[in-house]
Structures are given as structure tokens and as C-alpha cells.
Design a binder for this molecule. Structure first.
Ligand SMILES: Nc1ncnc2c1ncn2[C@@H]1O[C@H](COP(=O)(O)OP(=O)(O)OP(=O)(O)O)[C@@H](O)[C@H]1O
Length: 446
């Protein structure tokens, strides 16, 4: 386990840790350490000093870090550490068994990472933001909290709900019952949720169990919870609070015990303020909330998701041309992973026979909008800018250099600083952009 020392000799503490079976290895910033990290903090160190050390470390390592203070830390510093990515902060002299604390955290994190690695086989993605989401999903699943999964359409909410159910450690847990709230009709007074007695309404030709009964000792997954009609929200709240419900047309109270997982692509708090979603129900269902990132915030995952879909769903193992990946990376996905999945389906069905997948396999309806390329390049802004450069006495080479630098800057900014994606977009090597980063020239103002 690597550590970074914030202050002089820590021989006693290091000796105690090693004696307690925790192997330590010094980290030189710039290396990529493995395992969890410990940062020893001198409480006298200034906050900027601590933050600088932390930033340098978290830049290289995607690992859990425990900050061990050698004296009491101000609360502001503790918060700053947590915001900076530290997973645990405590003061060595203030806790009874520091070695046990560290050992138990390490054991938990190791088990967590194993579960995350398994989850990644189905909830595909490798970006840092996705890995953090997976860690949160495992934490939530192992707790007994009600979970609210939020995210735009197609980000994987239903898939996540199913995985939470699979990871749930309840002994003898039963199945996961899915209810799509968009299909619930208030006129039937929640028969879908609560069941009904024979003759309770027209077409109720026999007694039927509802989703709550079917989910007993299992998981009830309410998809699109934001669409639940207000009258049914009141009835659901009652059932959640009391753990009892009545079938439609019955006077008998029945018990149902289940874990509730809900999903929505709406901002439920805004709906609460609008009066379209009950505040008490919101707090009841959101024991733990999990916000799934849209695909545009995890573009690094596009290639790995595409490979997954080619392989898993189409059994295509042929190589995929770089140009196809360029095309996939430059496109927008308002429908998120679902949209990418459907695009891969179209490409896979057009791909015939042997050989790599090429841009020729991309259906014409998915081609970029070439019609708009011309006017953009001849646009007024560009012309006006070049005129100004000419007026400043610049020649063709200088103008070309200036435009090139602006293109690099715009592409890097557009890709939120991700040089790899910016390089894809520009069709140049990442190295060229790294050089740009190092020696960002003074730009002529447009
Ligand atoms: N990380 C992922 N790895 C593999 N497949 C994924 C991933 N995320 C989503 N998918 C796939 O994308 C499709 C859409 O996922 P899902 O139905 O779970 O999204 P959703 O957020 O519930 O969408 P909606 O809000 O429209 O119901 C599914 O086919 C799912 O298998």
C-alpha cells in the first residue's frame, strides 16, 4: 500500500501499521501506485499545501485514500479533503484502534472493487465517473435503503435497478417485480399495484394479486416513478409507510415487505415544487439517490460500449476500423447508451461477411450532415477574423498557424480538456495537442 508523507519522521506509526500486517510502500508522485493510499497529515500544514499534495496524488491514482491526521484537523480541512476525493479522514490519536480501522476499510474496499469488476461486465464502462457510479451502486445495494435512480433516458436506470436487486444480500430474497408507472391508470384505483377482488370493477373476472404482493420479500422496481398519477401516489405512500395495503374491492389489510427501487428521468424535486409529485413520497422513496451520468459526460466509454455491443449482441469479433470509432466519438447521443446501442445494431446489420467493420457499414441515414460543412467554413466570423489578421500584417503561414492553434484550443475546450478525444476530432496525434498545451501561444484577439 503506498503512502505519501506530509511531515517528517513517521517511524512509530509506520512501524505500528507494518506490525499490524499493513504493508507500506512510499509513493513518488508521478508514479502510478496500486492499492489504497494513506496520506499522513500534519495539522499545522496549510490547506493549499494539503490540497496540492492531494491533487498531485489523485491525478495519477484511481484508488481509495485514507487521510490520517497526526492531530485534530479543522472541520474546513476535513471537508476539503473529502471534496478532494479522500474516502476516509480520521485522527490517529483520537481513535481507539487505528490499525483495525485501516485494516477493515482496506478489506471492505478490496471486496468492493471485486464486485465493481464483476458489475462492469454488464454495466459496461471504464471512465472514472462510471467507476465511481458503480462503486456507489454496490454500496447502495449492500445497504437496506430504498434507492432512487435518476438519469436521462437511456442511461441504464433499469439495468442498474436489476443489478441492485441481484447484489442485494438478503437471505432467501425473492424476485424483482417491475412496474412501469406510465402504464398505471388511476381509474383502476391501482389494481396493478395492489391487486383486486373478483367483481371489483368491470372486467375483474377473477381475484388477482398486484405488484406489491408479487414483490413480497423481493424488490419492487417502479420505473418512471415521476409519471405516477397523484391519487396513486397517496395510496403508494400509505402502503410504504404502514407496510399494508388493500386489494381493490376488499376490506382486508394485507402485508407486503419488499425493497423499493425507483427510477425517473424527471427532476422529482422540481416536480415537488410544482405540486405534481408529493413531497412526503419523495422523501420516502429517496433513501439513497443515484444520478447516472449521460453519455456525453463519459465519452471515454463510447468505444468500450460499442465493442461490447458488437461482441455481445452481434457476435462480431472482427476488428473495427479507426474511422468508425472516430465517427462514433464525434457524434452526439441525446438518447444516451440506448441510442449508441441502436446505432451499433444498424451498423452490425449492414456489415456483411468477413473483414473489418468500416465506415462503409454506416447506414446513409446516420451519415454526418455534410450539407452544413460548406457555409460553416465560409462563415462570416472566420472571414472577419482572417481580415483582421491580414490587417495586422500577418502572412499566409502565420494565419495558418493562428487558425490551427485556435482549432486546437476550441477542440480541447469542446472535449472538456480530454486530449485524446480532441485529437480524434481534429484527426491529429495526441502529441501535437500536448505540445500545444505546454506552449500555449499568445493568441491574436478576434
Ligand atoms: N452501462 C451499460 N452497459 C451495457 N448496456 C447498457 C448500459 N447502459 C445502458 N445499457 C443498455 O441501454 C439500453 C437502455 O438502458 P435502460 O433501459 O436501462 O435505460 P433507462 O435509463 O432505464 O431508459 P428509459 O429512461 O428510457 O427507460 C438497454 O438495452 C441497456 O441494456
Amino acid at each position: 500500500m503506498p503512502f505519501t508523507s506530509q511531515q517528517g519522521p513517521l517511524v512509530d506509526i509506520i512501524g505500528t501499521l507494518e506490525h499490524g500486517g499493513i504493508g507500506l510502500e512510499a509513493v513518488h508522485l508521478g508514479n502510478t501506485p496500486e492499492g489504497a493510499g494513506i496520506i499522513f497529515l500534519d495539522p499545522e500544514a496549510s490547506l493549499p499545501e494539503i490540497q496540492e499534495a492531494l491533487e498531485a496524488y489523485t491525478l495519477y491514482a484511481d484508488t481509495k485514500i485514507i487521510a490520517v491526521a497526526l492531530g485534530l484537523l479543522p472541520t474546513t480541512t476535513t471537508w476539503a479533503l473529502l471534496r478532494g476525493g479522500v474516502a476516509e479522514v480520521f485522527c490517529w490519536t483520537e481513535v481507539e484502534k487505528p490499525v483495525q480501522i485501516i485494516r477493515s476499510r482496506l478489506a471492505y474496499w478490496q471486496a468492493l472493487e471485486e464486485k465493481v469488476a464483476d458489475l462492469q461486465l454488464r454495466l459496461v464502462g471504464q471512465s472514472r465517473c462510471w467507476l465511481n457510479t458503480l462503486r456507489q451502486i454496490v454500496d447502495m445495494a449492500l445497504s437496506d435503503c430504498q434507492v432512487l435512480v435518476m438519469g436521462e433516458s437511456g442511461t441504464g436506470k433499469e439495468l442498474v435497478a436489476q443489478e441492485i436487486h441481484c447484489l442485494d444480500p438478503r437471505p432467501a430474497k425473492r424476485e424483482c417485480v417491475v412496474v412501469d408507472c406510465t402504464t398505471l391508470i388511476p381509474g383502476l384505483s391501482g389494481s396493478e399495484l395492489f391487486g383486486h377482488e373478483k367483481g371489483a370493477f368491470t372486467n375483474a373476472i377473477s381475484t388477482r394479486d398486484g405488484a406489491l404482493a408479487l414483490a413480497h420479500e423481493g424488490t419492487l422496481f417502479l420505473d418512471e416513478l415521476g409519471e405516477l398519477p397523484l391519487p396513486l401516489q397517496a395510496e403508494l405512500l400509505r402502503a410504504l409507510q404502514e407496510g399494508t395495503y388493500k386489494r381493490v374491492g376488499s376490506n382486508t389489510w394485507r402485508r407486503a415487505r419488499f425493497r423499493l427501487v425507483s427510477a425517473t428521468n424527471r427532476d422529482l424535486l422540481t416536480e415537488v415544487h410544482r405540486g405534481t409529485f408529493r413531497q412526503d413520497l419523495y422523501y420516502r422513496v429517496s433513501g439513497w439517490t443515484c444520478q447516472l451520468p449521460p453519455l456525453r459526460e463519459r465519452k471515454e466509454d463510447i468505444v468500450v460500449l460499442a465493442e461490447h455491443f458488437f461482441r455481445q449482441q452481434h457476435h462480431i469479433r472482427q476488428p473495427v476500423d479507426r474511422q468508425v470509432y472516430d465517427f462514433l466519438l464525434l457524434r452526439d447521443y441525446p438518447g444516451n447508451v440506448r441510442e449508441l446501442q441502436q446505432l451499433i445494431n444498424r451498423i452490425a446489420s449492414k456489415h456483411l461477411g468477413e473483414g473489418p467493420i468500416t465506415i462503409g457499414d454506416i447506414p446513409r441515414s446516420d451519415w454526418p450532415d455534410f450539407a452544413h460543412l460548406g457555409p460553416t467554413l465560409e462563415g462570416d466570423d472566420l472571414e472577419a477574423g482572417i481580415k483582421r489578421l491580414l490587417y495586422q500584417g500577418l502572412g499566409l503561414k502565420e494565419i495558418k498557424d493562428q487558425v490551427t492553434e485556435i482549432a486546437k484550443k476550441v477542440a480541447i475546450r469542446h472535449e472538456n480538456g480530454n486530449l485524446k478525444l480532441a485529437a480524434h476530432r481534429l484527426g491529429c496525434s495526441e502529441r501535437i495537442l500536448q505540445m500545444h498545451r505546454r506552449a500555449e501561444p499568445e493568441m491574436v484577439k478576434w
